[in-house]
Ligand binder design. Structure first.
Ligand code: NIG
Ligand code: FE
Length: 403
């Protein structure tokens, strides 16, 4: 398949994100694609032998990548939302067996097919907002069978939709009640049984942990990382969300692709990310929904040139928001990110957070994953919400509007 996209207003994410002078928007550009991969970009490309598609002067960005989601789950936490509004903090709800564990109960009771049909509208909403790639975590099963069930549901979603899915095992998300007061035993089961089994079935690309006082200690997370690495899986972490335990620095030293949330990250942590090339993933939806006040150290991250990714963290407890453009707006209004930083955060840096070396940019050698927008300037991507400006999505050069 040889396809030529003409008349693109191409928004490049190829300059340094903090370079002054705004965006690189190239007018009237053509993108030549062969077998789903971008071969050439230029203004006077020959059309011979190509199937030509005019993008009519619309704005073209890399397809968006939502690099941190928990979209496969059953049940609903609206009641807990109401509890929090009546003054009960998230950490107390978690300690009382609510929070993550209430979603675990509902998810254990659901079949793979039920989980797929519950996740479908969440994925479709994100796709309507411009995503072409999504990461999906397990973490609401917490047994071998149930974690595998969630990962299988994520794989089925990938078969059902025009969407690239990256899967992550998050068995160290919460301590299941059958392991109460035996968290080391649970971690042992995760390391010795769950991770090798999931790796041998090729159900996950990476392993994630929740490193926090209400979840697992840095020492326990370190054991999980070792097990994951020895099975050839990549690692990442939910860290420094509610307190500073040093989980981010530990993850970075062990080669983590990303550390996510990081509101409480200190300067030593930021330096560790810079030294080891770990992406800082900001999740403004959870910050907003939990009404947190401690903001991630954006200035320090900029100073040390740590790439910032941006994601929905879609989940029933802390971020029930199926819109990456809403996150872009929140990242600006709550954390002070520029619209340009947001765009990098949902494309190039999000790809880096998943270790996807052929996604997130429009450049020769990259997959032709494109989002085409009825917008006049890139800042509008972070500016207005709910107007559905997406005109088309292409995945590996193929139109992916029907789903
Ligand atoms: O990313 N921080 C831990 N995990 C999720 C919350 C999951 C839940 O509350 O169900 C998060 O915010
Ligand atoms: Fe999360």
């Amino acid at each position: 398949m040889k396809r030529l996209f003409t008349h693109c207003r191409l928004v490049s994410v190829d300059t340094l994100v903090n370079e002054k002078g705004g965006y690189k928007v190239q007018e009237d550009v053509s993108i030549a694609v062969e077998n789903g991969v971008i071969k050439h970009i230029g203004s006077n490309l020959s059309q011979e032998g190509y199937d030509v598609i005019s993008l009519e002067g619309k704005l073209v960005t890399p397809g968006f990548i939502d690099c941190h989601t928990h979209i496969v789950f059953a049940g609903n936490r609206a009641g807990e939302f109401e509890q929090r509004l009546n003054g009960v903090p998230y950490s107390q709800i978690a300690k009382q067996g609510g929070g993550i564990l209430s979603t675990v109960t509902a998810t254990r009771n659901a079949s793979v097919d039920e989980l797929v049909s519950l996740a479908l509208p969440r994925a479709k909403a994100l796709m309507a907002d411009g995503i072409t790639t999504i990461e999906i975590k397990s973490g609401y099963g917490l047994t071998l069978e149930d974690e595998i069930k969630i990962l299988r549901a994520a794989k089925k979603l990938a078969d059902a939709l025009p969407l690239t899915v990256s899967t992550t095992l998050l068995a160290a998300h919460a301590l299941p009640s059958e392991y109460k007061n035996r968290s080391d035993d649970y971690i042992e089961m995760v390391c010795d049984t769950l991770i090798p089994e999931v790796a041998s079935k090729r159900l996950a690309d990476a392993v994630d942990v929740f490193c926090e006082g209400i979840a697992f200690s840095p020492a326990q997370c370190g054991r999980v990382f070792e097990a994951a690495l020895s099975c050839g899986l990549k690692i990442k972490a939910h860290a420094e969300q509610l307190s500073n335990l040093g989980g981010s620095a530990l993850a970075a030293r062990m080669g983590a692709l990303s550390v996510d949330h990081i509101e409480y990250l200190d300067s030593a942590g930021v330096e560790a990310l810079a030294e080891h090339g770990t992406v800082a993933t900001l999740l403004p939806g959870a910050f907003y929904f939990l009404q947190e006040t401690q903001k991630p150290p954006v200035e320090l991250l900029r100073k040390h040139n740590v790439p910032m990714a941006l994601s929905t963290d879609f989940n029933p407890g802390t971020s029930p928001f199926a819109s990456l453009s809403l996150m872009m707006n929140m990242a600006s209004t709550l954390f002070g990110l520029t619209p340009k930083e947001n765009l990098y955060g949902v494309t190039r840096h999000a790809a880096q957070a998943l270790g996807l070396t052929t996604k997130g940019r429009i450049a020769p050698g990259f997959d032709a994953d494109l989002a085409v927008w009825d917008l006049s300037c890139p800042a509008e991507l972070s500016y207005q919400i709910g107007l559905s400006p997406l005109a088309a999505r292409y995945i590996k050069g193929e139109l992916a509007n029907e789903y």
